[in-house]
Design a protein around this ligand. Structure first.
Ligand SMILES: Nc1nc2c(c(=O)[nH]1)N[C@H]1C(S)=C(S)[C@@H](COP(=O)(O)O)O[C@H]1N2
Ligand SMILES: [Mo]
Length: 199
């Protein structure tokens, strides 16, 4: 199998790795709204919709067979914990550009997860090199609690943007706030600017 490309998230090379108001944790907390999604992979699909030439749904086997990258990144949760040096393996968001033709009018991405969770990301941040649909963390498949079979990982933004149990993305011209973003969390969520709550 071809060597996977290792991408280092830009924050990895900051002299101070810990954003203001954050504390490093040794063990990985489990945080989400609602139930853990126990995905039936024989029925799971990943759907690319919205401003695309043709809405496309990819089954589990096909998704798992897509070329993968590895990303080394830090995690910063808005509740105050950070976890450094995570090695993620999965499908780069930029691979979607090879699967569908995205309308240049698309400015925003609404990420959908099983169970109804959503989160919104500007399209240029969604396609940053270190953003991926992670399948493995530190060499192991994700636990159910952490988003099996796949979760988005957006290293540059607070961890609530990293949707667990991801099942699709929707390309949009206008921004649509996601689950936490419409419940008082900041629309953008940059940990270095402490964009925790509103607007
Ligand atoms: N599907 C889904 N993904 C989600 C959430 C959620 O409620 N549902 N919560 C987010 C929040 S607020 C955080 S902090 C992280 C926590 O991920 P972890 O449980 O793997 O630490 O998942 C994010 N992704
Ligand atoms: Mo969170």
């Amino acid at each position: 199998m071809a060597e996977k490309r290792l991408i280092k998230s830009p924050d990895i090379s900051r002299p101070d790795r810990i954003p203001p108001g954050q504390v490093v944790t040794g063990s990985w907390p489990v945080l989400h709204h609602g139930d853990v999604q126990d995905t039936d992979t024989s029925r799971w699909t990943f759907t690319i919709s919205g401003l695309v030439a043709e809405e496309t749904a990819i089954g589990f086997d096909e998704f798992m067979a897509l070329p993968r990258v590895e990303v080394l990144s830090d995690v910063h949760c808005v509740t105050g914990w950070s976890m450094l040096d995570n090695l993620w393996e999965g499908v780069s968001t930029s691979l979607l550009k090879e699967l569908v033709r995205i309308d240049p009018a698309a400015r925003h991405v609404l990420v959908h997860a099983s169970g109804g969770f959503t989160t919104n990301i500007p399209v240029e941040e969604f396609f940053r090199e270190d953003v991926l649909f992670a399948i493995k963390h530190n060499g192991e498949l994700l636990d159910l609690e952490h988003g099996y079979p796949a979760r988005l990982v957006v290293p540059g933004l607070y961890f609530w943007k990293s949707a667990k149990w991801v099942c699709g993305v929707e390309f949009l011209e206008e921004d649509v706030r996601g689950f936490w973003e419409s419940r008082g969390y900041h629309n953008h969520g940059d940990p270095w600017k402490e964009e925790r709550f509103g607007p």
